[in-house]
Structures are given as structure tokens and as C-alpha cells.
Design a protein around this ligand. Structure first.
Ligand SMILES: Nc1ncnc2c1ncn2[C@@H]1O[C@H](COP(=O)(O)OP(=O)(O)OP(=O)(O)O)[C@@H](O)[C@H]1O
Ligand SMILES: Nc1nc2c(c(=O)[nH]1)N=C(CO)CN2
Length: 163
């Protein structure tokens, strides 16, 4: 039994439709879906605001690399082209954290680093995650509620739900 926290973001094309398509494509693996949030672009590249959502997923068979493959499948479904690092995209799916049989998976591999190395600094990940799992911890970083205390969340707005 494996559980994962997936973060999805979109700021090109039709973000609501793309995020909805990705959540539906996960099918029976979906456990909980956060609200949709409009978030200012994180990182050095000037670009449009994003819509972000966090999804808790579960599967009897997948391991952590299986969740990464799933993330890449969803990005391909959305016509994602890999271009500028941290630049605009139709769909970005990050594997934030994985638990295997109740144990937190920690990996230090550039192909799959867990927990996601930049999640602790990303309000666009932590705000939606805290909505659906307020007592969650990010392994190595502590409670996500405490991490959020140190981040600016003032420009992050709830803008509805994935349909
Ligand atoms: N936890 C993870 N989740 C998703 N991708 C990861 C993770 N750890 C390592 N990677 C690797 O990072 C590569 C680049 O991912 P991507 O293009 O989505 O980066 P990015 O969204 O621009 O930046 P960031 O990783 O900071 O979100 C992926 O091909 C993947 O192999
Ligand atoms: N707010 C926000 N900013 C980002 C996002 C994202 O999903 N949301 N994804 C990025 C791709 O690396 C870069 N910056």
C-alpha cells in the first residue's frame, strides 16, 4: 500500500480544464482533492499566475517510481513540452511525498528526490495540502503548518473546486 501527495499546477492553455482532466485521469487512485488556488508564480521566471491543486492518492501496487511515471503520464496527456526550467506550462505534476506501508520514502536521486526538495518553500504546495491534511509533516522539515508560518500566503486565493 502506497500513498502519495501530488502537487499539480498549470498556467497555460485552459488551466481549470487541464487540472480537472489530470485528476479524472488518476481515477480510482484519488483519495482527496484540495480546492483550486490561484497562486503567484514562484521562481525567477516572470509569467502568469498559476492554478494549483494538491491531490492525495493511494494504490496497492505502485511504488515511488510508479508515482513519478504516473506524474509524467499526466503531463504528457496535457501536451506538456519541457522547455524553460520553472517556466510556464500546461501541466506540472510533482511528487511531493510518498508513504510506503506507512513509512515515509526518502530518496536522494536527481530522477526522483523525496520528499520534493523545494516543497518546504512553496506556499502553492503547502496551502492546498494543509487544507486537506492540516496535521501533515514534510519529512526532514517538520509540520507543514509551521512551514506555512514562515511563508507569504497573502496572494494565494481559493478559486473553487476541480469539477
Ligand atoms: N519529487 C519529484 N517529483 C517530480 N519530479 C521529480 C522529483 N524529483 C526529481 N524529479 C525530476 O525532476 C525532473 C524535472 O521535473 P520538472 O520539469 O517538472 O521540473 P520543474 O517543475 O521545472 O521544477 P521543480 O522540480 O522545481 O518543480 C523530472 O523529470 C523528474 O525526473
Ligand atoms: N505558483 C506556482 N509557481 C510555479 C509553479 C506552480 O505550480 N505554481 N510551477 C513551476 C514549475 O516549475 C514554477 N512556478
Amino acid at each position: 500500500m502506497s500513498r502519495a501527495v501530488l502537487s499539480m499546477g498549470s498556467n497555460q492553455g485552459d488551466p481549470r480544464r487541464l487540472l480537472s482532466g489530470a485528476v479524472h485521469a488518476l481515477g480510482r487512485q484519488v483519495r482527496t482533492v484540495s480546492s483550486l488556488y490561484r497562486t503567484p508564480p514562484w521562481g525567477p521566471v516572470p509569467q502568469d499566475d498559476y492554478l494549483n491543486v494538491v491531490v492525495l492518492v493511494e494504490d496497492d501496487h505502485l511504488d515511488a517510481h510508479g508515482w513519478l511515471r504516473r506524474a509524467h503520464e499526466l503531463e504528457q496527456l496535457a501536451g506538456r513540452e519541457r522547455a524553460v526550467r520553472w517556466g510556464p506550462r500546461t501541466l506540472d505534476v510533482d511528487v511531493v511525498a510518498v508513504q510506503d506501508h506507512g513509512h515515509e520514502v526518502v530518496l536522494d536521486d536527481p530522477e526522483l528526490t523525496l520528499p520534493h526538495p523545494r516543497a518546504a518553500e512553496r506556499a502553492f504546495v503547502l496551502v492546498p495540502w494543509a487544507e486537506i491534511d492540516p496535521t501533515a509533516e514534510l519529512p526532514g522539515h517538520g509540520a507543514i503548518a509551521d512551514l506555512l508560518d514562515g511563508l507569504d500566503t497573502s496572494a494565494i486565493d481559493r478559486v473553487g473546486h476541480v469539477h
